[in-house]
Ligand binder design. Structure first.
Ligand SMILES: *Cc1c(COP(=O)(O)O)cnc(C)c1O
Length: 482
């Protein structure tokens, strides 16, 4: 399988070629040159498979340059009950993503049973094993640099901890993450993990990452890489659970389901779009935003108008606080008939700080064919949904999942089962849960007292040079060949 850039000016690449890459050299995002189709026979065969076997079936369609036996072993190791063990009482961890039925035709797909209690573990754990495998083959090293406001950073650290050939430098705004999230990250004692607490806000952290990445000599010398949400392997890994959720919510492949997806950078729902393009019978892909509604605006109006970062609202579903959606270009590439010149034109406007308007185009007129609908949710909606789900079903949901459920219930077609993706567990956003329910959020076993563990982090000023010096002193280096 070849991967092409949405901007059309990069040479086609194989899966392992793009595994460690971010953007394509022409500034675009990589996508398969065509989507593999799933036959009715395959759907029938896949229905009964356990998660790791299903993951292999889906991923082998996208990964053809890792020997099958190696890929299979790597996937089997990734999706095990030992890793996704944070299930609710009475549930089976070997399901990896159990489907929790709230009422007939209304389900939560639990994607947050991994080590950091958010759906990002589903893909990041695979990425950790893929990186280690590919680096091991070539004898190369990688220093991962990232900025996080919470979920991504901890997920990356738990995926990369102890991995050979990999060091992680993760910048976070000092004192701005929840106590639980801070404890999750800073209590890691693995020598290959470096937490850098920056005396600023999240945007300062991101600016430092950009400044370091723009120093091409430094980047090359220290083999700096990223694990951000545009990474193709992350999107690919996320396709699997749409199949798993579909099978769990239906009895036969003649049925359809809709998925509600709490969205930020459009990575999660992009995987749903690809599952649908592969032939999975998805009725609606219901995109939910919070107060940062740049994507909802597009699906309602055809206008994509990224906001300046200074206008990003800080909300109680913080992992969806984005001003522009980094994966969105992948979907628009399909929407405009995979015409790279149109993408270059549209993103020429976006990259220059502007917007684009597809409202009067023939392509936008056909958007319903892609199954997308959207809506937005606000703090009051979030609280009301958390309270309602708790009082009606006795289930505690987190703030992001609440956004998804609120919009999903509004926008689904009647008579079609709704599967809302549960993107995090409530303990990660404990303050809002307390505000909604006036009680302590549930805590998975084994995480009691995590806040009291010794913490390991470096406090630094908003200073890109200081961060570079720190990386230079602690980077994973070329080891002499033995
Ligand atoms: C990252 C994240 C999201 C947004 O996912 P995207 O792939 O960026 O759309 C939603 N909810 C939670 C809890 C997250 O961590």
């Amino acid at each position: 399988m070849h991967y092409i850039s949405t901007r059309g000016n990069s040479s086609p690449k194989s899966f392992t070629d793009i595994l460690l890459a971010g953007l394509a050299p022409d500034g675009g995002l990589y996508l398969p040159e065509s989507y593999p189709r799933v036959t009715p026979d395959e759907l029938t065969e896949w229905r009964g498979l356990p998660y790791h076997a299903l993951a292999f079936k889906v991923l082998e369609k996208f990964i053809d340059d890792i020997p099958f036996a190696d890929l299979k072993a790597l996937i089997d190791r990734t999706y095990t009950a030992a890793v996704y063990c944070n299930v609710r009482l009475g549930e089976d961890a070997s399901e990896i993503t159990p489907l929790r039925t709230l009422a007939p035709g209304l389900h939560l797909l639990e994607l947050s049973n991994g080590p950091t209690l958010a759906f990002k573990d589903m893909a990041m754990q695979l990425l950790g094993n893929l990186f280690e495998y590919v680096l091991g083959k070539s004898g190369a090293e990688l220093n991962i640099l990232g900025a996080t406001s919470g979920d991504t950073g901890s997920s990356a650290e738990y995926a990369m901890r102890g991995k050979r050939g990999i060091h992680v430098f993760m910048l976070s705004p000092y004192g701005k993450m929840s106590r639980f999230q801070t404890a999750q990250m800073f209590s890691l004692q693995d020598p290959n993990i470096f937490n850098i607490a920056v005396q600023g806000v999240f945007d300062d952290c991101q600016d430092i990452v950009k400044a370091v990445s723009n120093d091409h000599a430094f980047k090359e010398k220290y083999r700096i890489g990223t694990v951000n949400s545009i990474n193709w392997a992350r999107v690919a890994a996320q396709i699997v659970y749409y199949f798993k959720g579909y099978f769990a919510a239906t009895k036969s492949n003649d049925e359809q389901v809709s998925f509600a997806v709490p969205s930020g950078n459009f990575g999660n729902i992009c995987a749903g779009h690809i599952a649908r393009m592969m032939g999975l019978p998805i009725r609606k892909l219901i995109l939910a935003t919070n107060e940062n509604d740049v994507l909802d605006e597009f699906f309602r109006s055809g206008v994509y108008r990224p906001r300046p970062t200074a206008q990003t609202f800080q909300t109680s579903s913080p992992s969806m606080d984005i001003s522009k959606a980094s994966n969105f270009e992948r979907f628009v590439f399909d929407l405009v008939g995979r015409d790279a010149s149109t993408i270059r034109e549209l993103w020429g406007q976006v990259d220059g700080g502007g917007a684009f308007d597809l409202s009067s185009t023939a392509q936008f007129a056909r958007i319903a064919e892609y199954g997308f609908v959207s809506g937005a949710s606000c703090h009051a909606d979030r609280l009301a949904t958390i309270r309602r789900v708790w009082s009606q079903y006795g289930v505690m949901i987190d703030t992001h999942t609440a956004d998804g459920l609120k919009v999903g219930l509004e926008k689904n077609d009647s008579g079609i089962p709704l599967v809302c993706l549960e993107t995090a567990l409530p303990i990660k956003f404990e303050d809002t849960l307390r505000e909604a329910l006036n009680r302590e959020p549930e805590r998975p076993v084994g995480l009691d007292g995590i806040e009291d563990l010794a913490q390991r982090f470096e406090v630094m000023a908003v200073d890109a040079q200081a961060v570079k010096d720190y990386i230079a002193a602690h980077a994973e280096r070329m080891r002499p060949a033995s």
